[in-house]
Design a protein around this ligand. Structure first.
Ligand code: HEC
Ligand code: HEC
Length: 221
């Protein structure tokens, strides 16, 4: 693992973030990785030795990400997602989406370009094995409303406990501002996040529905 390269990307990325220079970000956009990441992930997951070494690589990568995503992937910033406890296959799919333009965030696109495939696999395995820190409910009435909505639709894909599965993201305990922005992003259809299932799901939600669901989901364990 070449942490100098990742740190350089971090610094370059932070500048892009600060100065918002779209020209730089444009030139760092990358094509889909040549390695078949989902296949490689399965291979590593089924081999104890490969998993162990990937985990170690992942822990080193995570040190670079901790400033934003928190130690062990429990973010301390409401607008930045937790990565702890997230499903590896979902995370790998997101790395691919950032790389091929189906998901837009200039900073993360740059970070992902700086990671090689071993680092990507290691990172998702490391985070998948970290525990999510539960948040306290600040508005029980709102959360109860959100639970009602959740029990009508969301559970079908994300599970009753919000932990998802190999196909669907874990959302339980996710950061509130990130959840809100993400749900609105799917609904708006401006290309920040593209997914037909989530576009359909959020289409009929009002801002109040979203706020209620966020209050519930952030408090799930
Ligand atoms: C400057 C802050 C910052 C740093 C450093 C950072 N990230 Fe992120 N990351 C973000 C933000 C903000 C988002 C949400 C982007 C969006 O809304 O699509 C994000 C999203 C992600 C996602 C998608 C999560 C999801 O639930 O879909 C992954 C995966 C990720 N980052 C991995 C990493 C990795 C790995 C590193 C370190 C190599 C890293 N990030 C470093 C800010 C950061
Ligand atoms: C029919 C299946 C389905 C239903 C129902 C569904 N989701 Fe999703 N959800 C998905 C899929 C697939 C993704 C991954 C999309 C992507 O790659 O961007 C996702 C992603 C998400 C994300 C982004 C996770 C992250 O870490 O960034 C959030 C938040 C979310 N869903 C919340 C909800 C909520 C809240 C509901 C109920 C109102 C809901 N979903 C209902 C399939 C579903």
């Amino acid at each position: 693992m070449n942490s100098i390269r990742l740190l350089a990307a971090l610094l370059a990325g932070l500048c892009v973030y600060a100065v918002a220079a779209p020209a730089i970000a444009q030139s760092t956009r990358t094509r889909v990785a040549e390695v078949d990441l989902p296949a490689r992930l399965k291979e590593v997951e089924h081999d104890a030795k490969l998993s162990e070494s990937a985990f170690k690589t992942g822990r080193k990568v995570a040190a670079v990400c901790a400033n934003c995503h928190g130690e062990g992937g429990n973010s301390l910033k409401p607008e930045i997602p937790n990565l702890a406890g997230q499903n590896p296959a979902y995370l790998i799919e997101q790395l691919r989406k950032f790389a091929d333009g189906r998901r837009r965030n200039e900073f993360m696109e740059g970070m992902i370009k700086a990671m090689n495939s071993d680092e990507k696999i290691g990172m998702v395995l490391f985070y998948a094995n970290q525990k999510v820190v539960r948040k306290t409910v600040s508005n029980p009435a709102l959360a109860a409303k959100g639970k009602e909505h959740y029990s009508k639709t969301c559970w079908r894909c994300h599970g009753e406990d919000g932990r998802g599965n190999e196909k669907f993201a874990r959302i339980a305990g996710q950061q509130p501002d990130y959840l809100r922005a993400t749900l609105r992003g799917y609904r708006a259809g401006t290309g920040l996040r593209i997914d037909p299932l989530m576009a359909a799901t959020t289409q009929l939600m009002t801002d109040a529905d979203i706020d209620a669901v966020v209050a519930y989901v952030m408090s799930m364990e």
